[in-house]
Design a binder for this molecule. Sequence first.
Ligand SMILES: *[C@@H]1O[C@H](CO)[C@@H](O)[C@H](O)[C@H]1NC(C)=O
Ligand SMILES: *[C@@H]1O[C@H](CO)[C@@H](O)[C@H](O)[C@H]1NC(C)=O
Ligand SMILES: *[C@@H]1O[C@H](CO)[C@@H](O)[C@H](O)[C@H]1NC(C)=O
Ligand SMILES: *[C@@H]1O[C@H](CO)[C@@H](O)[C@H](O)[C@H]1NC(C)=O
Length: 502
Amino acid sequence: MKPGVLFALPLLLLYHAYTTRATDRCDDSAEISPRSVSPFPPFDANYASILRYRRSFGVNLGSVFVSEKWMSPSIFPPNATSELDVASGWGSTSCASQILENHWATSITEQDLYNLRSIGINSVRIPIGYWTLCGAQPELCENTAFESVAAVYTNAWSYLVDLINLAAEYDIGVLVDLHGAPGSQNGQPHSGISDRHTGMFSDSASWDKTIDVLKFLAEQLCEVTNVVGIEVLNEPANDKQLWNFYTQAIDAMRSVSSCAQTLPLYIHDAFDLQRYAPFVAQRNDFVVLDHHSYFVFTAEESNESASNLTQKLLTVVQPTLANPSLRGNLVIDEWSCALTPRSLSYESDPQAARKTFCETQQAVYQNTSAGWSFWSLHLEQCHADWCFTAAVGRALPATFFPQKSYALDNGGGRSRRDEVEHRFAVIAARWKRDSGDPHQRSWNLGYSDGMETGGRFAAAGSQLGFVGQFMLEQIQMHGQDVTPGTEPDYQDGFREGLSDSQ
Ligand SMILES: *[C@@H]1O[C@H](CO)[C@@H](O)[C@H](O)[C@H]1NC(C)=O
Ligand SMILES: *[C@@H]1O[C@H](CO)[C@@H](O)[C@H](O)[C@H]1NC(C)=O
Ligand SMILES: *[C@@H]1O[C@H](CO)[C@@H](O)[C@H](O)[C@H]1NC(C)=O
Ligand SMILES: *[C@@H]1O[C@H](CO)[C@@H](O)[C@H](O)[C@H]1NC(C)=O
């Protein structure tokens, strides 16, 4: 045998294994039959506002609708690196759709959601691509990289709707996150493509289509009780047009319906918090900045010891995140327990160092933001650095309930409701002493609002998270009752009432 043949043989066997595997798993001749889209339950505006304003303890459901090879290698054909390669690499759209539909249907189970709820996780972030909409709204995929494989996604939207509805059964909020935009917003394989090209900002057709995708999401999801918001773009390149894009996209999304005017919209900070904090600061609407926090991706951090990174969290990261101009409209919607082997190599007890690092992250994010979301719930090769199910109870605490929460009736003594009524009696007495001083009046009004709001969230087993946004909207609602210039008094009163209610 010539050496060439010897080298070719393993490749041939690999190819054989691959084709056998593909045909084992699917039937190339089967038609892709459309699956019906379930309705959402009737919209409950009051409950939606609890879910949308509460403090979130979340996990990402990564690599479900946006496949990532390092997380879900078994659905990737050989040499595939992105979602587009999965859709086009299984020999036929029919075959790819069978593999992906099975993946969408089975990645997250009802047991998963039950488990999350039982440990206090109250929200999930679901990355999707524009391809997830190919079946629901075919023109959104026309003239895009996914056009030729659009048939693969005939039923993707119906599986997303089912997952949102399943989460609702467990009172879990859903943040729908546009992880892959037409043309790609970051050139990364997790935006769906393998050519590394960032085309969304420079190509006007991709830009416009991305806005259409976002408008579709706002229309469809605004009146879904457990949809807590839409994330406009995940980890976009810090392009000079990004600010402009966010302005256009948010204006377009807000204009689709009256409900969309108040829907929380999340923007990612392109890893430059200081640059995009003013975007949130200068608006009054419910816009939230999402910052992702990792410690393994820069050469510098991957060389630092785990305990130095823990110190850095307290001395550098915490003060940076605690940016008062954001009025608390900040989430850390991707973070993990991951450390490089080198960072751990400096530690005499690596396991303990990782636990301290991970718990410190959680404490810092809890202190400085309205919510966080761990990346990610599952990986095929589950390990405690990236995989929530492996980290819980080890590197992470076992439960995540608000620090102070009450059952409506906590058994002994006064029930929660009696407690709140007692507090209101105290406030009523204060009101009578109201001197007519507008500062005192605003403080009193803030205090009673804070007290009532805290009680409302506690009764739902939650805590108000977006405090600044909530207060701003209350002040607008009160109109002249909060005399201009006395807003800080209202806010002081509100915070005190909120704290007394907890
Ligand atoms: C994978 O890529 C390598 C290098 O481009 C190529 O030699 C090989 O044939 C590819 N394998 C398959 C199964 O496509
Ligand atoms: C990281 O450490 C390695 C090994 O000591 C060194 O070669 C490299 O320059 C360091 N990188 C940085 C960015 O400090
Ligand atoms: C940790 O921080 C100390 C103090 O800044 C520094 O001297 C040391 O080199 C750092 N070590 C590592 C491995 O990061
Ligand atoms: C969080 O904030 C509280 C109050 O400001 C502070 O006492 C606590 O040390 C902070 N936690 C961390 C991890 O810094």
